[in-house]
Design a protein around this ligand. Sequence first.
Ligand SMILES: [Mn+2]
Length: 349
Amino acid sequence: MKKNNCNKFFLKFKKEKKKKIILFSHKNPDGDSIGSCLGMLLFLKKLNHFVTIISPNYYPTLLLNWLPNIEKIHFFNKKKNNWLIDKINKSDYIFFIDFNNTYMLSPIIYNKFFLQTKAKFILIDHHELHTCNLKFDFIFYEKCSSTTILVYNFIKKMNKLSLIDKNIATCIYTGIITDTGFFKFSINCKTHFITYKLLKKGINVNYINYINNKLYNNYSIEIMNFFIKTLKNIFFLEKFHTSYIVVKYNDYKKYFYYLDSIINYGLKIKNIIFTVMFIETNKNNIKISFRSKGNFNVAKFSKKHFLGGGHKNSSGGIYKDSLKNTIKYFIKVLKKYYKSLIKNYKKIL
Ligand SMILES: [Mn+2]
């Protein structure tokens, strides 16, 4: 984003009054996309805009139903679709939050709902833009640990940091915790600085424990049993300092909201610097999550071999074949990275 363009957008947006604004989260929303949407909703409402949050599907109730204003999120379903189309058509702005391609939205929804509207399309996202296949009027992108940090920066650009209250701070903080795995990944001094500013808005330590318990210590016994079963079957490719787990279709359908919670276990093991989760989302459609320690770049790995992208230590991709063939292909590809894996492993010893 060119600086001038950015200043131009904010100059104009500061003057806008009572606009109809839609905030769109990606499908299977997580703490970052929901936290960003709710934080933005609370902020824009303070400026007297009319704001609607729409998500392509339901959020993980168990993990997020305590967030302020969570009941304000609308979902696509047959009963509501006409009402939502009307809302979208009449809106002045549509913010796409925490994603930049139709894949994360569902192309069907995109073609059906967005082709008529004259609204301005605004992107607020921290994922690398190379997978972007939507056209935007303004892109607010920055390499940072969560999209909620961009929501904070958006408010800053509006010169309205004083409007951040405990509720907005909680939403922004939730996104930071979600995407950094409680300050473990893609953190930098900006993440900590903004966290410091948020905590000063009234989130206290007890409240952080409350959020932590809601996000991470809130699973049902059924979900825990699924985790145990999956982790029991972890595979090790020790020579490559790599591990992987497999989630079959039936488990995917039941537990897809919770898969993020176990992927990192593959990295907790000594000498492992690269871990992968293969998720059978359909017979010949395998979604893959990659995580790494140190400098082994899984965004590049995924982009090159699995039509994906993301961040250096956390990325995703897909492969359109059976589970068996996907793993076979992965292992074939992995062999090419032997030297790089050894080099990166030695660096973090
Ligand atoms: Mn995010």
